[in-house]
Design a binder for this molecule. Structure first.
Ligand SMILES: [Zn+2]
Length: 241
């Protein structure tokens, strides 16, 4: 998980030398690229494990390379668990009551995990400091879209299924668009972030920095989630012939 350590070098410096000196960014627990890749390939890995793996990889191969890699993982498909010769009504009932997201009133799911990293920029003098971020980065893991998979043989049933599927896919695209928009919003907010901190020393500010930024970040992530929830629940109608 993410931890913050002020560097030893920083501690030895005299306050006068530090007017605009960047303080070390928070450290990720060191994971090898192979370990990180392994974590990302496990669909059941926890979100925090996923996020930590993304940041660890990002440090080694860069943000753009990690995003290209994650973009390849978009499509997941859950099977529609009814017999091959099930009627359209049976399929509809299964979708409404038994699909993996039926409990929330949905028929598909789009998930995304955002992580951030940055270098601290602490200005001011005791007891009035300002905490800002240098070179903040936002990494987006996803959006991962999970859609139902079925291919009815009967042409009429297939047409009805495909209409339902397209409607559902369009809905999930709205979730994806919200995620992409929030990626830019989050980066803009990290860049503009300026937190006044009352502290006895620069070290004291650095020691709290990760948590102070993290509190803001958590609020923003909740706002993103609230926007995602505004367009749910959503079930596309399977209009049986
Ligand atoms: Zn939805």
């Amino acid at each position: 998980m993410k931890t913050h350590r002020a560097t030893a070098r920083h501690r030895k410096r005299r306050a006068a030398d530090e007017a605009a000196a960047p303080v070390a960014a928070y450290d990720e627990a060191a994971a090898s690229p192979a370990q990180s890749l392994e974590t990302l390939r496990q669909p059941r890995a926890s979100r925090s494990a996923h996020g930590a793996a993304v940041i660890a990889l990002q440090r080694v191969v860069g943000n753009a390379a990690v995003e290209r890699m994650l973009a390849g993982q978009v499509a997941q498909r859950y099977p529609v668990d009814v017999p091959e010769d099930a009627s359209c009504d049976q399929v509809r009932e299964w979708m409404e009551t038994s699909n993996p997201y039926a409990r929330e009133g949905n028929a598909a799911a789009t998930t995304v995990t955002f992580s951030w990293s940055a270098t601290w920029r602490i200005t001011g003098r005791a007891p009035n400091f300002k905490l800002r971020l240098s070179n903040p980065q936002v990494t987006m893991d996803g959006p991962h879209v999970d859609m139902p998979q079925r291919k009815p043989h009967n042409p009429k049933l297939r047409a009805a299924w495909q209409r339902m599927y397209r409607t559902l896919r369009d809905h999930e695209r709205r979730h994806e668009a919200i995620a992409h928009r929030w990626r830019r919003i989050l980066l803009g907010r990290l860049r503009k972030l300026s937190i006044p901190v009352t502290a006895a020393s620069r070290e004291e500010v650095a020691a709290q920095a990760r948590e102070l930024v993290g509190q803001r970040w958590d609020e923003w992530i909740e706002q993103h989630q609230a926007q995602q929830s505004e367009i749910d629940p959503f079930q596309a109608l399977l209009d049986c012939p």
